[in-house]
Design a protein around this ligand. Structure first.
Ligand SMILES: Cc1ncc(COP(=O)(O)O)c(C=O)c1O
Length: 485
């Protein structure tokens, strides 16, 4: 089935630099996904009844509370759990807020232990907060086949966790890499953490929209907290989400204080809210965003995550075929798709072509959106590109030129997909990559380096002047003053 009609933006077209109108091929879902049309409808329906859930008597407040509760219930249902074992906490706009919250709260709650373990493939959001709030950061090992990095090494991790168990505050790992799309063995890691009684946090930013997850059964039931972002699961106005085991949350102190998270407050003290999710949601939550997310998850459950996964596997097979067969394309990470299976994303370079130049040509001439640079995972990208970085030709360049050249060559192109993508999107990308590999020197004359690793068209590129305030906010007549006399 073609799922693209369910989404806004899957049929947008633009005029290319060659003057041809083309459909836009959105292959940047790892950064943010397009939005389910139904999710906006749900939000609009909720708007007629909008009120703050901290009010409790009037119709709008009670209906909004109901919508909010239903959305939390959809999150639990999506992972096949209920409130008897798990709670949902909405937080900020994404995973970054959730991970900062957990790192800070765990420092207060589990401060007697100083060590935190992550993997070397983490997004900065699942690295820097733990560096800040822990005394010592351990890196779990990655498997390496033929010198190429794969997923987290289970046995190596068991050994490391066993060695540090007495001082290990928690382990926090990504379910799927945002760079290579490599899927980590979180069930096995969860077993290890259970064996050593260490809490496990899973960064699900790149996993939940692509891989079915049942938190009720087997080793996954032991995950202490799973975090994800609404904007990466077809609800771009929604909050960051923590789905956590109640037993885990009960051990945590309330670190963010204010309205909403308390029961009674006296001059001398306060009582925490009785609901676990309420206790950790200080302030007014993003109620409408929660509704949007609830609807998106409801849609995904109706479609079935197995079907979502099958659709994306077919896309991955197609992308894999196109890229591995091209003699001038280098894919990063292990090529063994049995020991290093992938979901959602894949990163590569075209021999001798700067990532920033290739990304601009793909956009300007082929209407293909990809991400380039280091994807907020600088240490991992550097590990993956080590050989390439040694071989950047810099002879005869000044120090400044070397600095720019290194920026231009240290990065990758990333193709990532969502439910709306089709074979046509992959073929458009393949045509673009083939064109760049063959004709990059003709394109080079049309672009200039910006000195920061990216490029811009010499003639100013696509004319975006028509995009202005009136287009987005609308134009309206002057309003008369108040009619109350
Ligand atoms: C694996 C991973 N973790 C965390 C994040 C941060 O997510 P957000 O920007 O929604 O906070 C991202 C974003 O791309 C990601 O890919």
């Amino acid at each position: 089935m073609d799922f693209s009609t369910l989404f806004f933006g899957a049929d947008t077209s633009y005029l290319t630099a060659a003057g041809v109108r083309k459909r836009f091929h959105y292959l940047d879902s790892t950064a943010s996904t397009l939005m389910f049309k139904n999710a906006l409808r749900a939000k609009e329906a909720a708007l007629s009844h909008y009120g703050n859930i901290h009010s409790s008597c009037h119709f709008n407040a009670r209906i909004s509370q109901k919508f909010f509760d239903l959305s939390q219930r959809e999150v639990l249902r999506f992972f096949n759990v209920d409130e008897s074992t798990h709670s949902v906490i909405f937080m900020g706009s994404g995973v970054t807020a959730a991970l900062n919250f957990l790192a800070r709260t765990m420092q207060e709650g589990f401060g007697e232990k100083s060590t935190v373990a992550i993997s070397p493939m983490e997004h900065h959001s699942n690295d820097l907060p733990h560096r800040k709030y822990s005394g010592k950061l351990l890196l779990l090992p990655l498997l390496s086949t033929d010198g190429e990095l794969g997923c987290i090494d289970v046995q190596g991790s068991r050994d490391l966790i066993a060695e540090h168990a007495s001082d290990l505050r928690y382990v926090s790992v990504t379910g799927v890499s945002n760079v290579t799309g490599i899927i980590n063995p979180i069930a096995q890691l969860s077993e290890i953490c259970r064996d050593y009684d260490v809490p496990l946090i899973v960064d699900g930013a790149q996993m939940v929209a692509h891989v079915p997850l049942d938190l009720s059964a087997g080793a996954l039931a032991n995950i202490s907290a799973l975090v994800f972002s609404s904007h990466k699961i077809y609800a771009p106005g929604g909050p960051g989400v923590i789905v956590a085991r109640n037993e885990f949350l009960k051990q945590l102190p309330a670190v963010e204080l204010g309205g909403g998270m308390v029961g009674k407050v006296h001059r001398q003290g306060y009582e925490l809210a009785t609901s676990l999710s309420g206790r950790f949601q200080a302030g007014t939550p993003n109620i409408l965003g929660a509704v949007e997310l609830g609807c998106a998850l409801n849609m995904l459950m109706d479609i079935g995550m197995e079907k979502v996964q099958a659709h994306e596997r077919a896309l991955m097979d197609l992308v894999w075929g196109v890229l591995t067969e091209h003699p001038k394309v280098k894919i990063y990470g292990s090529k063994n798709r049995t020991t290093a299976p992938r979901a959602g994303a894949i990163s590569f370079n075209i021999t001798g072509v700067e990532h920033g130049l290739a990304a601009m040509i793909l956009n300007d001439y082929h209407c293909v959106a990809v991400r380039n640079e280091c994807f907020c995972a600088h240490p991992y990208v550097r590990d993956l590109m080590l050989d390439d970085l040694w071989n950047i030709p810099v002879d005869g360049l000044t120090e400044d030129q070397v600095r720019v050249r290194v920026l231009e060559m240290s990065g990758m192109l990333r193709v990532s997909f969502g439910l709306y993508n089709t074979a046509e999107d992959v073929l458009a990308m393949a045509e673009g990559v083939g064109d760049i590999a063959e004709n990059v020197n003709s394109y080079r004359r049309l672009y200039v380096s910006k000195g920061d690793g990216n490029f811009e068209a010499i003639d100013g590129g696509s004319d975006l002047n028509a995009i202005d305030q009136d287009m987005i906010f609308g134009r309206r007549p002057t309003f008369p003053g108040s009619s109350i006399r």
